[in-house]
Write a protein that binds this ligand. Structure first.
Ligand code: ADP
Ligand code: ZN
Ligand code: ZN
Length: 739
């Protein structure tokens, strides 16, 4: 059977989807792989040019007789592009997407952006010659020419701007001197630098024993090509970031570069400044606030060896460093490492893959590792380090629960339990700070009818609308906004009441309770404007407020030494989500939130308000006992065959027509059943997604479980083929999701 290679000849973003097909001569067939550089005959004259193999297939896209042969494979001096294309090929196979989608994910935007350039003038002749000419111009009273030469004799190089603005020299004068061969223009690319900091590099702390042990272990295996990824399980505030920086310093000393992945929301001024103090100008960042041009410039600076360290969210993983030494994945358990668009890759997994492909070390860290990572560490797939103590023996906060059921029985209907209220008063009295954490936005005050129970929903999405303080109802999925209708659209009753509590309301209620307290609120609404996060966080860090109230986003990695009390208003909210990871998410959130307390010298206290204080994820959070939580949770996963005990793949289907979607997904299930009979896969669904409609598009999902992930990769390929061959699936959009 003939094999063909799809080849791209130009890696700019717009031309990624232009591939050309070549036959792979038999002698090369066993060696050809995606990512390899090949020589091909191109165009009418069969000019020999270079390209990259993106895909190898047995399907000819045009008449096989017209397909030319590849001429050669290059194996020497493979560049970073080759390795990234190989990574894309793995992403396509594993997560399910087209090769173009995979390539566009890993190859940074390389639009023919007007890269910024800086032009300057310099002498093209010796100083003696220039001096002679200067005299000549002066004699001739050619003032402008003389002025320019004079300036160049003393400065050697002058920025164009200065020449035209300050020296008042016009373009014709410059052109004339250029033509006479006296001066020449020099243009250098300048790349935009998103970091505007000043000051020296080199700041470092002396690592304690626990930190040094991790560094030593990783460094001692630096040259081992088969070294496994590392997982640091360390309590909040145990000094993981210092460990990362030490390892990065080691990489740099070897002439290698480093990628640091952190959740977007944790990429604050505080973090950047810590890395800057250590590594100075040789670092850069990527985040969603950079313009396209700025992003492109950072990738380009990396490619050209102008920086050694890039810090950013998951897309930073694809930075084209020429000699990548280490990839750090901080807060490894974070959900933001999962891409929500196709390909729905998980940065932790792709990091491990890129590490393998490039011989780079991968170090993950978390106070609450994902069950998957911890499971792998336990099974010896990752090397595990455990750090149980905070730096300088700072104590972990004391955690207690407040049972909301007893509060209710006592007649306390406020959002603050008796004990939390007392602790808040005490904290305010001492002039210390506190954080109040409201689990999950969107639960925020929706309107429901007390007569018939109807909930006011978004007409385009299957979710309730949220009531905002300005009285309007807003959909958090599609942005739809409307007036409060005043009466129930279903039964006409005027008895509409809001239900649940949002951050705005919480702020009002707390303010009523403590009229003198200064409160800041951080949620999607207050952080919408540019740098909104930063402003609120730095105001709080500067002690401009006593209380910070917020959602998820206040728990992420911020270090406020003044905070001694953390209150979690309703811990159960995420416990009952319809997701097998609900308990894990709850435990992570509670532990991370608790970790915000007592990071300074004062001891911290945490109060978890809950309706379900006996639940194991809350109990384990109270004792800050990850092992205990893991032990319980892994049992539940094993019994039910959920990851990491088994492997699972979701097939998300969507379509604007509800009936069509139902039919198509049923067909898909039947097809899967036929395959599954042979490979013992379990199938669940099709069922409505948690949000069954978004933006007028209906959504359903099928889950496939199997103990072996390779079986799922195979099933996925079969489904892709089946859908491609059946016209009937044309209107169905499918996305695969692993785990
Ligand atoms: P983590 O990333 O595990 O939460 P960090 O690295 O942010 O922990 O460390 C917490 C705090 O302790 C930071 O302020 C950091 O500068 C400080 N720190 C870390 N390691 C040391 C050390 N060896 N000696 C003194 N201070 C340290
Ligand atoms: Zn009603
Ligand atoms: Zn909507």
């Amino acid at each position: 059977m003939a094999l063909y290679a799809n080849v791209i000849v130009d890696i700019t973003h717009e031309s990624l989807d232009r591939t050309f097909q070549y036959r792979i001569p038999e002698a090369l067939a066993s060696k050809a792989e995606p990512g390899m550089v090949v020589q091909i005959p191109f165009g009418k004259g069969d000019r020999r040019i270079r390209g990259y193999i993106t895909e190898i297939t047995d399907r000819a896209e045009i008449d096989p007789a017209r397909i030319k042969d590849l001429q050669a494979l290059e194996t020497e001096g493979v560049g970073v592009e080759s390795r990234l294309i190989a990574l894309a090929s793995w992403i396509r196979q594993y997560y399910g997407c087209t090769m173009i989608q995979a390539l566009k994910t890993v190859i940074p935007v390389k639009k023919k952006e007007k890269a910024k350039a800086k032009t300057s003038l310099c002498l093209a002749v010796s100083c003696e010659e220039a001096a002679e000419k200067l005299e000549f111009f002066q004699k001739k009273h050619q003032q402008a020419r003389a002025r320019l030469l004079e300036a160049l004799l003393s400065e050697q190089e002058l920025p164009m701007e200065l020449v035209t603005r300050k020296l008042n020299i016009t373009a014709p004068v410059i052109r004339a001197l250029e033509e006479m061969g006296l001066i020449r223009k020099e243009t250098v690319q300048v790349y935009r630098n998103p970091i505007h900091l000043k000051g020296g590099a080199g700041a470092r702390v002396t690592l304690n024993q626990a930190q040094q042990a991790v560094v030593d272990a990783v460094v001692s295996r630096w040259e081992e090509p088969e070294a496994k990824p590392y997982l640091i399980h360390g309590v909040t505030g145990c000094g993981k970031t210092e460990i990362y920086m030490e390892l990065i310093a080691h990489a740099i000393a070897q002439g290698q570069q480093a990628i640091v992945l952190i959740p977007e929301i944790a990429l604050t001024y505080q973090t950047v400044i810590r890395f800057y103090r250590r590594f100075g100008e040789r670092i850069s960042i990527l985040n969603s606030r950079l313009s396209k041009g700025e992003r492109y410039d950072q990738y380009e600076r990396a490619r050209q060896g102008l920086i050694d360290v890039i810090i950013g969210p998951r897309s930073a993983l694809f930075t084209p460093f020429p000699n990548l030494g280490i990839i750090i994945v901080d807060e490894e358990h974070e959900t933001s490492y999962k891409s929500e668009t196709v390909p729905r890759y998980l940065a932790r997994e792709v990091a491990v893959r890129r590490g393998q492909l490039e011989g780079a070390r991968v170090v993950m860290g978390s106070a609450t590792p994902s069950l998957e990572a911890y499971y792998k560490a336990k099974n010896g797939e990752y090397t595990l380090f455990t750090i149980k103590e905070r730096v300088e023996k700072r104590s972990l906060p004391q955690v207690v629960t407040a049972d909301l059921r007893t509060e209710l029985a006592k007649g306390n209907r406020s959002i603050l339990s008796g004990i939390l209220k007392e602790e808040m008063a005490r904290t305010l009295e001492k002039g210390q700070q506190m954080m109040l954490f409201l689990n999950r936005r969107g639960y925020a005050g929706f309107l429901s009818c007390r007569s018939c129970g109807a909930v006011i929903k978004c007409p385009h999405c299957d979710v309730s609308l949220s009531l905002h303080r300005n009285g309007r109802l807003v959909c958090h999925y599609c942005g739809y906004e409307t007036e409060n209708p005043g009466s129930c659209p279903t039964c006409g009753s005027g008895f509409l009441r809001s239900f649940g509590i949002g951050t705005q309301q919480a702020e009002e209620l707390v303010q009523k309770e403590f009229p003198d307290a200064r409160i800041l609120r951080m949620d999607l609404d207050t952080t919408r404007e540019k740098d909104g996060h930063e402003k609120i966080l730095s105001a709080f860090a500067d002690r401009e407020a006593d209380i910070l109230i917020g959602t998820q986003m206040i728990v992420k990695g911020h270090d406020f030494p003044g905070v001694t009390l953390v209150g979690i208003l309703a811990a159960d909210m995420s416990l009952h989500a319809s997701d097998y990871r609900a308990a894990e998410r709850t435990f992570q959130l509670l532990t991370q939130a608790a970790g915000r307390a007592g990071r300074g010298t004062e001891e911290g206290k945490v109060i978890i308000q809950t309706y379900d204080p006996e639940h194991y994820s809350i109990q384990a959070a109270v004792r800050q006992d990850y092992e205990a939580f893991y032990g319980q949770e892994i049992l539940y996963r094993q019994i039910s065959g959920y990851p990491p005990a088994g492997c699972m793949m979701a097939i998300h289907g969507s379509c604007e027509e509800a009936d069509y979607l139902e039919l198509a997904m049923d067909y898909l299930r039947k097809f899967l059943e036929r395959l599954a009979g042979r490979c013992r896969a379990g199938i669940i669904g099709p069922a409505d997604e948690t949000v069954a409609k978004i933006n007028d598009v209906y959504r359903k999902v099928i889950y496939v479980k199997h103990e072996d992930e390779r079986a799922l990769t195979l099933l996925k390929a079969k489904v892709e083929q089946y859908m491609e061959m059946n016209e009937g699936f044309r209107k169905l959009t499918i996305q695969f999701e692993r785990n």
